[in-house]
Design a binder for this molecule. Structure first.
Ligand code: ZN
Length: 458
């Protein structure tokens, strides 16, 4: 099951569109699709993403054991409604797919108003919003309605229909592997199982898709695996099928609800001090924007699976306001308009800057550690002339002092409170002057930059 790849020089196949409008358009196109943890909604979603980046689609049959779980039966829905005595649809799946409890069993018939009430979900505090509810692992049926719709149900009984179907089919997920110079991987994972909700799942999909285009267009040491899978069961299925591959994941990010209100929040991996944790903390601090960093906790998005103790992968989660902390969460108010272009672009920028850090980071050794080496004699002031010369000199002093084989460039950028780009450029100048050399054995899971230069692109 080899995932499709984008070779380094295959970027011409990627549409050259400005990322902002491309993300907005993708969200618009994906919004109406009725997704769930299985079924045609996921397939249609992957097909649309596949118009942006190459996607390899995998189908895993219902009943397949996956870790402690089993791939569920496939669910699809054609239509659903509640009709009044005049035969009018007073609740209509075709008007909004949140109106049906996702994974409802099929139902058809006349029910009393009292019985119907037991199958309705609404939000009294927000009378015009439709809640999002699921019944993945329970055999139930139900409708989600606005409080106003519920109040308008005054007749003694109603015709109800949920034209859904369960069958032995499969669970569908998609991958895009952007091959790098080494097979050390960066995993970027977004869930694809929510129906018409824009921030909680489409924003993550849109940012992941643009990030794939970004990494495909730059030289890279790492290979990048973009995984688009239904929440929980999709990540569990992927892990079950890639236990060996999981050990090559050097860094990972779950992208979920990245464009909601407030600034970005980064939730650390279970390890707490993985390079991705330091990288995201650094990138968010440097952004100058509002942000928060949280420690790992065993609930939330698919980081729960990647960070389960049997895997304990260095995978964190980037989100906007954390799930459940804003009233629009899991309601029809999480609409296309709820997602701002600024928030989408901010999330993408945090991700691209993280890629720059991961690609440029490394562990180096000062070859003249006794006293400060003479920079002028080696022409280093000249090399780094111009308006940024003072900064550049400062960056060199920081690098020379801390390149003792224990501090990475990221650590040094952090200590110096300088941009990673300035530190990286100064390191390159010091390497060229023979003052700095990369440590021979990078920590496990970290490819050296030298290896990146010499290995063939996969
Ligand atoms: Zn959700």
């Amino acid at each position: 099951m080899q995932a499709s790849t984008l070779a380094r020089d295959a970027t011409a196949t990627v549409r050259a569109t400005a990322p902002g409008p491309a993300m907005r358009q993708l969200i618009r196109d994906l919004f109406p699709i009725c997704r769930s943890i299985t079924g045609d909604g996921v397939r249609d979603t992957l097909a649309r993403i596949g118009r942006e980046i190459p996607i390899q689609v995998h189908e895993v049959p219902s009943g397949t054991p996956v870790l402690d779980w089993q791939v569920p039966r496939e669910w699809n829905i054609r239509d659903a409604w509640i009709k009044n005595s005049a035969g009018e649809r007073v609740v209509d799946f075709r008007a909004h797919n949140l109106h049906v409890v996702n994974y409802s069993v099929p139902v058809r018939g006349r029910v009393s108003r009292d019985e119907l009430q037991r199958h309705l979900h609404s939000l009294p505090a927000h009378p015009d919003w439709i809640p999002y509810r699921t019944s993945y692992y329970a055999e139930e049926w139900g409708f989600c309605v606005t409080e106003r719709q519920r109040e308008a149900l005054t007749e003694p009984d109603y015709d109800v229909c949920i034209d859904s179907e369960f069958r032995d089919g499969s669970l569908t997920y998609g991958e895009c592997l952007v091959a790098g110079a080494t097979d050390h991987e960066v995993l970027v994972s977004a869930h694809v199982c929510h129906p018409s909700l824009a921030n909680d799942n489409l924003s993550g999909i849109a940012v992941a898709t643009e990030l794939a285009k970004y990494v495909a267009a730059r030289p890279r040491r790492y290979s990048y695996r973009f995984l688009f899978a239904p929440g929980t069961i999709g990540a569990i299925t992927w892990l079950a099928q890639h236990e060996a591959r999981a050990s090559t994941i050097a860094h990972g990010l779950v992208l979920a609800g990245v464009a909601g209100p407030g600034g970005l929040t980064y939730k650390r991996s279970r390890r707490g001090n993985a390079i991705i944790d330091c990288t995201m903390g650094f990138v968010l601090r440097q952004s100058g924007a509002e942000y928060a960093v949280q420690d790992f906790s065993p609930y939330g998005h698919d980081e729960r699976q990647y960070c389960s103790p049997g895997f304990d992968l260095p995978v964190g989660c980037l989100m906007g306001a954390p799930w459940g902390t804003y009233p629009e969460y899991h309601t029809s108010a999480d609409s296309i308009e709820f997602v701002s272009d600024a928030a989408l672009s901010g999330a993408l920028r945090a991700c691209t800057e993280a890629v720059e850090v991961l690609e440029g980071d490394g562990l180096y050794l000062n070859l003249k550690p006794k006293g400060e080496p003479q920079l002028g004699r080696r022409g280093l002031y000249r090399t780094l002339g111009g308006p940024d010369a003072a900064d550049a000199q400062l960056a060199m002093l920081w690098i020379l002092n801390y390149s003792d084989g224990r501090h990475r460039l990221l650590d040094i950028a952090e200590k110096a409170a300088m941009s990673f780009g300035s530190i990286r450029r100064a390191a390159d100048a010091l390497i060229a002057a023979g003052l700095l050399v990369e440590c021979a054995a990078p920590p496990a899971g970290q490819p050296s930059r030298a290896a990146g230069r010499t290995r063939e692109v996969i």
